[in-house]
Design a protein around this ligand. Structure first.
Ligand code: ZN
Length: 189
């Protein structure tokens, strides 16, 4: 287990469409080791999620976890989740604008996300899951699965909304946190 370097925007592997993991290999040593590195690296960087592309491996594996997070203090808690070969299906047309950051991009920006989604995936034991996700948790899933398709927040953000973290904190944070806190209270996640 180890903390790996996180690749930044401009690295070609962030633009690769990651390939499915062979289900019979989920419990093999290579996949187990990769998952442990993803978790260690995400926690070391205080990320809410990390996709395998971001540490240079174009395989369809994401990890997510939100506890007390200094980068995203308004995010509801999300227990450690490992998702292999995740597939997202929008359940309706309800959208929310979320100001997102990314460990591979030194900017934040406003991105439109579906509020209600279904996720189908395998966990690290190779067990298949089909679940519904809602609100900011659904947004986190969509952000991470975008990475597996080679998509970054700079592709989806309203161009005029892009800001460095310092400028976000000075000019945009208070209004965003007020709006998104009311949203989280309304949808419950
Ligand atoms: Zn990201």
């Amino acid at each position: 287990m180890s903390v790996r370097p996180i690749l930044a925007i401009g690295h070609p592997v962030l633009r690769e469409v990651a390939v499915d993991v062979v289900v019979d290999e989920i419990q093999g040593e290579d996949v187990r080791s990769l998952i442990n590195d993803l978790i260690d690296t995400m926690r070391d960087a205080s990320g809410a999620g990390l996709a395998a592309n971001q540490i240079g491996v174009a395989q369809r594996i994401i990890v997510m976890e939100v506890g007390e997070n200094p980068r995203y203090p308004y995010k509801p808690r999300l227990p450690l989740t490992v998702a292999i070969n995740p597939v997202i299906t929008a359940l309706d047309d309800e959208m929310v604008e979320i100001n997102e950051g990314c460990l591979s991009v030194p900017l934040r920006g406003n991105v439109q996300r579906n509020v209600n989604i279904r996720v189908d995936y395998f966990d690290r034991d190779g067990v298949a899951h089909g679940e519904t996700k809602r609100g900011l948790t659904a947004g986190t899933w969509q952000h991470e699965v975008d990475h597996l398709d080679g998509v970054l927040i700079t592709d989806r953000a309203a161009p005029g909304s892009l800001a460095t973290w310092a400028e976000y904190e000075t000019h945009h944070r208070d209004a965003f946190v007020e709006r998104i806190t009311a949203f989280v209270e309304r949808v419950g996640s």
